[in-house]
Design a binder for this molecule. Sequence first.
Ligand code: HGY
Ligand code: MN
Ligand code: MN
Length: 422
Amino acid sequence: MTLSRSADDLGRRLMERLDEAAVYSLPGQGVTRLFAGEEHRRLLPLLSSWMRLAGLEPELDAVGNLVGRCPRALAGEPALILGSHQDSVIEGGKYDGMLGVAMPLLALEALREQGREPSCAVQVVAFGDEEGVRFPSTLVGSRALAGTLDPKVLEGEDKGGKTLREALAYLGADTSRLAEVRRDPERVLGYVEVHIEQGPVLENEGLALGVVTALTGIERHRVKVSGKAGHAGTTPMEGRRDALVGASAMVLEADSLLRRLDSLVGVIGQLTVRPGAVNVIPSEVEFTLELRSPDPERRLAGRRELLAGLSGIAKERRLEMTTCMDYEAEGVACAEWLIQALEQACKEEGQPSRRLFSGAGHDGLAMHALTDIGMLFLRCRDGLSHHPDEAITAEDAEAGTRVIMQLLISMTTACRKEIGEG
Ligand code: HGY
Ligand code: MN
Ligand code: MN
Protein backbone atom coordinates (compact mmCIF):
# COMPACT_ATOMS: atom_id res chain seq x y z
CA MET A 1 0.00 0.00 0.00
CA THR A 2 1.39 3.41 -0.93
CA LEU A 3 1.68 5.73 2.05
CA SER A 4 -0.82 8.57 1.87
CA ARG A 5 0.41 11.56 -0.08
CA SER A 6 -0.68 14.30 2.27
CA ALA A 7 0.56 17.84 1.88
CA ASP A 8 3.59 17.04 4.03
CA ASP A 9 5.98 17.98 1.25
CA LEU A 10 8.81 15.81 2.46
CA GLY A 11 11.12 16.62 -0.44
CA ARG A 12 11.07 20.33 0.27
CA ARG A 13 11.48 19.76 4.01
CA LEU A 14 14.48 17.52 3.44
CA MET A 15 16.12 19.99 1.06
CA GLU A 16 15.68 22.77 3.63
CA ARG A 17 17.34 20.66 6.29
CA LEU A 18 20.24 19.80 4.03
CA ASP A 19 20.70 23.51 3.26
CA GLU A 20 20.63 24.25 6.96
CA ALA A 21 23.28 21.63 7.77
CA ALA A 22 25.50 22.88 4.93
CA VAL A 23 25.99 26.17 6.75
CA TYR A 24 28.21 24.34 9.26
CA SER A 25 31.26 24.57 7.06
CA LEU A 26 34.63 26.25 6.91
CA PRO A 27 34.55 29.33 4.66
CA GLY A 28 35.10 28.74 0.94
CA GLN A 29 33.23 26.95 -1.78
CA GLY A 30 30.84 24.12 -0.99
CA VAL A 31 30.97 22.30 2.32
CA THR A 32 34.14 21.66 4.31
CA ARG A 33 33.34 20.03 7.62
CA LEU A 34 36.24 18.10 9.05
CA PHE A 35 36.04 15.43 11.71
CA ALA A 36 35.90 16.80 15.26
CA GLY A 37 36.51 20.36 14.08
CA GLU A 38 34.66 23.51 15.07
CA GLU A 39 32.00 23.05 12.35
CA HIS A 40 31.35 19.49 13.43
CA ARG A 41 30.97 20.64 17.05
CA ARG A 42 28.52 23.38 16.07
CA LEU A 43 26.45 21.00 13.93
CA LEU A 44 25.68 18.59 16.80
CA PRO A 45 22.81 20.57 18.40
CA LEU A 46 21.03 20.79 15.03
CA LEU A 47 21.27 17.04 14.46
CA SER A 48 20.16 16.40 18.06
CA SER A 49 17.06 18.52 17.45
CA TRP A 50 16.21 16.51 14.31
CA MET A 51 16.66 13.31 16.32
CA ARG A 52 14.28 14.49 19.01
CA LEU A 53 11.68 15.41 16.38
CA ALA A 54 12.09 11.87 15.05
CA GLY A 55 11.37 10.45 18.52
CA LEU A 56 14.98 9.45 19.19
CA GLU A 57 17.17 10.20 22.20
CA PRO A 58 20.50 11.66 21.01
CA GLU A 59 23.85 10.78 22.56
CA LEU A 60 27.39 11.69 21.52
CA ASP A 61 29.54 8.56 21.78
CA ALA A 62 33.26 8.25 22.57
CA VAL A 63 34.41 8.66 18.94
CA GLY A 64 32.19 11.56 17.89
CA ASN A 65 29.22 9.65 16.46
CA LEU A 66 25.88 11.19 17.31
CA VAL A 67 23.55 8.26 18.01
CA GLY A 68 19.75 8.60 18.20
CA ARG A 69 17.87 5.72 19.82
CA CYS A 70 14.13 5.13 19.89
CA PRO A 71 12.56 4.02 23.19
CA ARG A 72 12.53 0.38 22.08
CA ALA A 73 16.25 0.53 21.26
CA LEU A 74 16.92 2.22 24.62
CA ALA A 75 15.09 -0.69 26.27
CA GLY A 76 17.56 -3.08 24.63
CA GLU A 77 15.55 -4.47 21.67
CA PRO A 78 17.64 -5.44 18.63
CA ALA A 79 17.58 -2.44 16.33
CA LEU A 80 17.89 -1.57 12.68
CA ILE A 81 20.68 1.01 12.36
CA LEU A 82 20.33 3.68 9.69
CA GLY A 83 22.77 6.51 9.09
CA SER A 84 25.67 8.04 7.26
CA HIS A 85 28.46 10.50 8.00
CA GLN A 86 28.66 14.09 9.23
CA ASP A 87 32.09 14.95 7.83
CA SER A 88 32.83 16.10 4.29
CA VAL A 89 35.77 16.30 1.95
CA ILE A 90 37.43 19.68 1.41
CA GLU A 91 35.06 21.82 -0.67
CA GLY A 92 32.57 18.99 -1.04
CA GLY A 93 28.82 19.15 -1.48
CA LYS A 94 25.75 19.26 0.75
CA TYR A 95 24.57 15.70 0.18
CA ASP A 96 27.48 13.28 0.53
CA GLY A 97 26.90 11.91 4.04
CA MET A 98 24.32 14.32 5.37
CA LEU A 99 21.59 12.95 3.08
CA GLY A 100 21.84 9.58 4.83
CA VAL A 101 21.51 11.24 8.23
CA ALA A 102 18.71 13.68 7.41
CA MET A 103 16.55 11.33 5.34
CA PRO A 104 15.92 8.54 7.88
CA LEU A 105 15.33 11.17 10.57
CA LEU A 106 12.73 12.90 8.43
CA ALA A 107 11.18 9.55 7.52
CA LEU A 108 10.78 8.73 11.23
CA GLU A 109 9.37 12.18 11.93
CA ALA A 110 6.87 11.86 9.08
CA LEU A 111 5.73 8.44 10.33
CA ARG A 112 5.14 9.99 13.76
CA GLU A 113 3.12 12.78 12.18
CA GLN A 114 0.97 10.14 10.49
CA GLY A 115 0.54 8.29 13.79
CA ARG A 116 2.52 5.31 12.47
CA GLU A 117 5.48 3.49 13.91
CA PRO A 118 8.42 1.55 12.54
CA SER A 119 7.90 -2.15 12.98
CA CYS A 120 11.25 -2.65 14.73
CA ALA A 121 13.55 -0.75 17.08
CA VAL A 122 15.57 1.92 15.27
CA GLN A 123 18.78 3.82 15.78
CA VAL A 124 20.07 6.57 13.53
CA VAL A 125 23.84 7.06 13.65
CA ALA A 126 25.48 10.21 12.31
CA PHE A 127 29.05 8.93 12.02
CA GLY A 128 31.77 11.41 12.93
CA ASP A 129 34.32 10.39 10.31
CA GLU A 130 33.93 8.57 7.06
CA GLU A 131 36.04 10.62 4.67
CA GLY A 132 39.34 10.31 6.55
CA VAL A 133 40.38 13.80 5.45
CA ARG A 134 41.69 15.31 8.67
CA PHE A 135 43.46 12.44 10.46
CA PRO A 136 45.46 9.54 9.04
CA SER A 137 42.52 7.18 9.63
CA THR A 138 39.09 6.69 8.17
CA LEU A 139 35.74 5.06 9.04
CA VAL A 140 36.58 5.77 12.67
CA GLY A 141 32.94 5.87 13.81
CA SER A 142 31.71 2.77 12.02
CA ARG A 143 34.82 0.75 12.90
CA ALA A 144 34.25 1.62 16.56
CA LEU A 145 30.68 0.28 16.35
CA ALA A 146 31.91 -2.87 14.64
CA GLY A 147 34.65 -3.33 17.25
CA THR A 148 37.43 -3.23 14.64
CA LEU A 149 38.92 0.16 15.52
CA ASP A 150 42.50 0.03 16.76
CA PRO A 151 42.59 2.50 19.70
CA LYS A 152 46.01 3.64 18.40
CA VAL A 153 44.21 5.72 15.76
CA LEU A 154 43.30 8.12 18.58
CA GLU A 155 46.95 9.14 18.71
CA GLY A 156 47.02 9.99 14.98
CA GLU A 157 47.73 13.68 14.33
CA ASP A 158 46.23 16.21 11.97
CA LYS A 159 48.44 18.63 9.99
CA GLY A 160 48.56 21.00 12.96
CA GLY A 161 49.86 18.26 15.30
CA LYS A 162 46.57 17.86 17.19
CA THR A 163 45.78 14.24 18.04
CA LEU A 164 42.40 12.71 17.32
CA ARG A 165 42.05 12.12 21.06
CA GLU A 166 42.48 15.87 21.71
CA ALA A 167 40.07 16.78 18.91
CA LEU A 168 37.43 14.41 20.25
CA ALA A 169 37.76 15.92 23.73
CA TYR A 170 37.14 19.32 22.13
CA LEU A 171 34.04 17.89 20.46
CA GLY A 172 32.75 16.77 23.87
CA ALA A 173 33.36 13.05 23.35
CA ASP A 174 34.68 10.97 26.25
CA THR A 175 37.32 8.76 24.62
CA SER A 176 37.82 6.77 27.82
CA ARG A 177 34.51 5.09 26.95
CA LEU A 178 35.68 3.81 23.56
CA ALA A 179 35.06 0.16 24.46
CA GLU A 180 31.36 0.93 25.07
CA VAL A 181 30.83 2.00 21.45
CA ARG A 182 31.25 -1.57 20.21
CA ARG A 183 27.87 -3.17 19.45
CA ASP A 184 26.67 -6.62 20.26
CA PRO A 185 25.76 -8.18 16.87
CA GLU A 186 22.81 -9.89 18.55
CA ARG A 187 21.30 -6.47 19.19
CA VAL A 188 21.60 -5.25 15.60
CA LEU A 189 19.19 -6.28 12.85
CA GLY A 190 21.12 -4.70 10.02
CA TYR A 191 22.58 -1.43 8.72
CA VAL A 192 20.93 0.65 6.00
CA GLU A 193 22.50 3.75 4.48
CA VAL A 194 21.02 6.20 2.01
CA HIS A 195 23.59 8.01 -0.13
CA ILE A 196 23.82 9.96 -3.35
CA GLU A 197 25.08 7.73 -6.13
CA GLN A 198 28.19 9.87 -6.81
CA GLY A 199 28.14 8.54 -10.38
CA PRO A 200 26.03 8.81 -13.55
CA VAL A 201 24.23 5.46 -13.80
CA LEU A 202 20.84 6.42 -12.32
CA GLU A 203 20.72 9.74 -14.12
CA ASN A 204 21.56 8.11 -17.46
CA GLU A 205 18.74 5.63 -16.96
CA GLY A 206 16.20 8.18 -15.76
CA LEU A 207 15.85 6.55 -12.35
CA ALA A 208 15.61 8.37 -9.02
CA LEU A 209 16.68 5.39 -6.92
CA GLY A 210 19.00 2.41 -7.02
CA VAL A 211 19.71 -0.47 -4.67
CA VAL A 212 23.36 -1.26 -4.04
CA THR A 213 24.69 -4.80 -4.45
CA ALA A 214 28.30 -4.38 -3.25
CA LEU A 215 30.89 -1.81 -2.21
CA THR A 216 34.36 -1.52 -3.69
CA GLY A 217 37.56 -2.55 -1.93
CA ILE A 218 39.97 0.31 -1.22
CA GLU A 219 43.62 0.66 -0.26
CA ARG A 220 45.70 3.76 0.48
CA HIS A 221 49.46 4.11 0.38
CA ARG A 222 51.87 6.81 1.43
CA VAL A 223 54.86 7.04 -0.92
CA LYS A 224 57.98 8.98 0.03
CA VAL A 225 60.48 9.94 -2.66
CA SER A 226 63.82 11.35 -1.49
CA GLY A 227 66.50 13.08 -3.55
CA LYS A 228 68.88 15.90 -2.75
CA ALA A 229 68.18 19.56 -2.13
CA GLY A 230 70.49 22.14 -3.65
CA HIS A 231 70.79 25.66 -4.96
CA ALA A 232 68.39 26.15 -7.85
CA GLY A 233 70.71 28.57 -9.67
CA THR A 234 74.13 27.01 -9.28
CA THR A 235 73.53 23.24 -9.46
CA PRO A 236 73.86 22.02 -13.06
CA MET A 237 70.68 20.45 -14.47
CA GLU A 238 72.61 17.34 -15.31
CA GLY A 239 73.00 15.16 -12.23
CA ARG A 240 70.28 16.72 -10.09
CA ARG A 241 68.29 14.34 -7.88
CA ASP A 242 65.07 16.34 -7.91
CA ALA A 243 62.43 14.46 -5.90
CA LEU A 244 59.54 16.36 -7.49
CA VAL A 245 60.64 15.60 -11.04
CA GLY A 246 60.83 11.93 -10.03
CA ALA A 247 57.43 12.03 -8.32
CA SER A 248 55.93 13.68 -11.42
CA ALA A 249 57.19 10.84 -13.61
CA MET A 250 55.61 8.45 -11.10
CA VAL A 251 52.22 10.22 -11.33
CA LEU A 252 52.25 9.85 -15.11
CA GLU A 253 53.36 6.21 -14.90
CA ALA A 254 50.57 5.42 -12.41
CA ASP A 255 47.99 7.09 -14.64
CA SER A 256 49.04 5.22 -17.77
CA LEU A 257 49.20 1.90 -15.95
CA LEU A 258 45.78 2.39 -14.38
CA ARG A 259 44.32 3.17 -17.80
CA ARG A 260 45.58 -0.19 -19.04
CA LEU A 261 44.38 -2.31 -16.11
CA ASP A 262 40.79 -3.57 -16.03
CA SER A 263 38.55 -3.28 -12.94
CA LEU A 264 41.01 -1.05 -11.12
CA VAL A 265 40.90 2.69 -10.61
CA GLY A 266 43.27 4.87 -8.64
CA VAL A 267 44.40 8.37 -7.86
CA ILE A 268 47.36 10.28 -6.52
CA GLY A 269 45.48 13.02 -4.75
CA GLN A 270 47.86 14.63 -2.31
CA LEU A 271 51.47 15.72 -2.68
CA THR A 272 53.71 17.43 -0.15
CA VAL A 273 56.92 18.94 -1.49
CA ARG A 274 59.87 19.68 0.79
CA PRO A 275 61.44 22.04 1.45
CA GLY A 276 58.92 23.77 -0.82
CA ALA A 277 60.90 26.90 -1.64
CA VAL A 278 60.97 28.75 -4.94
CA ASN A 279 64.76 28.55 -5.29
CA VAL A 280 65.60 25.15 -3.81
CA ILE A 281 65.69 21.80 -5.63
CA PRO A 282 62.99 19.64 -3.98
CA SER A 283 64.61 17.05 -1.72
CA GLU A 284 61.54 15.09 -0.74
CA VAL A 285 58.01 14.47 -1.99
CA GLU A 286 55.43 12.51 -0.10
CA PHE A 287 52.29 11.49 -1.95
CA THR A 288 49.21 9.37 -1.43
CA LEU A 289 48.21 6.60 -3.80
CA GLU A 290 44.72 5.18 -3.58
CA LEU A 291 43.54 2.07 -5.47
CA ARG A 292 40.01 0.68 -5.74
CA SER A 293 38.60 -2.50 -7.21
CA PRO A 294 35.66 -4.78 -6.55
CA ASP A 295 38.07 -7.69 -7.14
CA PRO A 296 40.72 -8.21 -4.41
CA GLU A 297 42.99 -10.21 -6.73
CA ARG A 298 43.04 -7.53 -9.39
CA ARG A 299 43.70 -4.92 -6.72
CA LEU A 300 46.68 -6.91 -5.40
CA ALA A 301 48.07 -7.58 -8.88
CA GLY A 302 47.60 -3.89 -9.80
CA ARG A 303 49.30 -2.77 -6.61
CA ARG A 304 52.34 -4.98 -7.30
CA GLU A 305 52.69 -3.80 -10.88
CA LEU A 306 52.26 -0.16 -9.92
CA LEU A 307 54.69 -0.15 -7.03
CA ALA A 308 57.25 -2.01 -9.15
CA GLY A 309 56.83 0.64 -11.88
CA LEU A 310 57.32 3.48 -9.41
CA SER A 311 60.33 1.80 -7.88
CA GLY A 312 61.88 1.44 -11.37
CA ILE A 313 61.50 5.18 -11.90
CA ALA A 314 63.12 5.90 -8.51
CA LYS A 315 66.08 3.71 -9.41
CA GLU A 316 66.51 5.28 -12.86
CA ARG A 317 66.60 8.74 -11.30
CA ARG A 318 68.80 7.80 -8.33
CA LEU A 319 66.06 8.59 -5.84
CA GLU A 320 65.08 6.66 -2.74
CA MET A 321 61.52 5.50 -2.41
CA THR A 322 59.66 4.06 0.56
CA THR A 323 56.03 3.02 0.62
CA CYS A 324 53.61 2.24 3.40
CA MET A 325 50.03 1.01 3.05
CA ASP A 326 48.12 2.79 5.80
CA TYR A 327 44.57 1.69 4.99
CA GLU A 328 42.94 -1.31 3.38
CA ALA A 329 39.27 -2.24 3.29
CA GLU A 330 38.05 -5.32 1.48
CA GLY A 331 35.05 -4.87 -0.81
CA VAL A 332 31.83 -6.15 0.73
CA ALA A 333 28.50 -7.45 -0.56
CA CYS A 334 25.15 -6.11 0.55
CA ALA A 335 22.82 -8.70 2.10
CA GLU A 336 20.31 -10.12 -0.36
CA TRP A 337 17.44 -9.81 2.16
CA LEU A 338 18.14 -6.09 2.61
CA ILE A 339 18.50 -5.61 -1.16
CA GLN A 340 15.09 -7.21 -1.57
CA ALA A 341 13.58 -5.26 1.33
CA LEU A 342 14.73 -2.00 -0.28
CA GLU A 343 13.49 -3.10 -3.71
CA GLN A 344 10.15 -4.03 -2.23
CA ALA A 345 9.90 -0.65 -0.48
CA CYS A 346 10.64 1.07 -3.83
CA LYS A 347 7.93 -1.02 -5.48
CA GLU A 348 5.39 -0.18 -2.77
CA GLU A 349 6.09 3.48 -3.43
CA GLY A 350 5.76 3.05 -7.20
CA GLN A 351 9.44 3.88 -7.70
CA PRO A 352 11.28 1.89 -10.34
CA SER A 353 14.81 1.05 -9.22
CA ARG A 354 17.81 -0.88 -10.45
CA ARG A 355 20.64 -2.72 -8.75
CA LEU A 356 24.08 -1.14 -8.96
CA PHE A 357 27.61 -1.40 -7.59
CA SER A 358 29.28 1.28 -5.48
CA GLY A 359 32.73 2.46 -6.53
CA ALA A 360 32.74 4.75 -3.50
CA GLY A 361 33.53 3.67 0.02
CA HIS A 362 30.92 4.01 2.73
CA ASP A 363 30.46 3.22 6.42
CA GLY A 364 29.00 -0.11 5.30
CA LEU A 365 32.57 -1.28 4.57
CA ALA A 366 33.16 -1.28 8.32
CA MET A 367 29.60 -2.09 9.45
CA HIS A 368 29.77 -5.30 7.40
CA ALA A 369 31.99 -6.76 10.14
CA LEU A 370 29.11 -6.23 12.58
CA THR A 371 25.93 -6.90 10.65
CA ASP A 372 24.21 -7.23 7.28
CA ILE A 373 24.29 -4.06 5.21
CA GLY A 374 22.03 -2.51 2.59
CA MET A 375 22.23 0.78 0.69
CA LEU A 376 19.80 2.95 -1.22
CA PHE A 377 21.33 5.29 -3.81
CA LEU A 378 19.72 8.53 -4.93
CA ARG A 379 20.37 10.05 -8.35
CA CYS A 380 22.68 13.09 -8.33
CA ARG A 381 23.06 15.73 -11.01
CA ASP A 382 25.71 14.98 -13.64
CA GLY A 383 26.89 12.11 -11.45
CA LEU A 384 28.91 14.74 -9.60
CA SER A 385 30.16 14.40 -6.02
CA HIS A 386 33.10 15.57 -3.87
CA HIS A 387 32.41 18.90 -5.54
CA PRO A 388 30.56 22.05 -4.42
CA ASP A 389 28.06 21.61 -7.29
CA GLU A 390 26.81 18.25 -6.00
CA ALA A 391 22.99 18.37 -6.41
CA ILE A 392 19.81 16.36 -6.03
CA THR A 393 16.18 17.29 -6.67
CA ALA A 394 13.40 17.76 -4.12
CA GLU A 395 11.33 15.18 -6.04
CA ASP A 396 14.03 12.53 -5.64
CA ALA A 397 14.47 13.51 -1.99
CA GLU A 398 10.75 12.95 -1.49
CA ALA A 399 10.83 9.59 -3.27
CA GLY A 400 13.76 8.41 -1.14
CA THR A 401 12.16 9.53 2.11
CA ARG A 402 8.95 7.68 1.29
CA VAL A 403 10.88 4.52 0.43
CA ILE A 404 12.65 4.67 3.80
CA MET A 405 9.27 5.15 5.52
CA GLN A 406 8.06 2.02 3.75
CA LEU A 407 11.16 0.11 4.75
CA LEU A 408 10.70 1.14 8.37
CA ILE A 409 7.12 -0.06 8.55
CA SER A 410 7.86 -3.34 6.77
CA MET A 411 11.10 -4.34 8.51
CA THR A 412 9.58 -7.03 10.71
CA THR A 413 8.55 -9.06 7.70
CA ALA A 414 11.92 -8.53 6.09
CA CYS A 415 13.77 -9.54 9.27
CA ARG A 416 11.59 -12.61 9.76
CA LYS A 417 12.44 -13.73 6.26
CA GLU A 418 16.10 -13.43 7.16
CA ILE A 419 15.82 -15.65 10.24
CA GLY A 420 13.79 -18.18 8.34
CA GLU A 421 10.36 -17.63 9.85
CA GLY A 422 8.80 -16.03 6.78
O1 HGY B 1 36.19 8.00 -0.68
C1 HGY B 1 35.04 7.57 -0.79
O2 HGY B 1 34.72 6.72 -1.60
C2 HGY B 1 33.97 8.12 0.07
O3 HGY B 1 33.35 9.18 -0.56
N1 HGY B 1 34.44 8.48 1.33
MN1 MN C 1 32.58 11.21 0.19
MN1 MN D 1 29.82 9.59 1.70
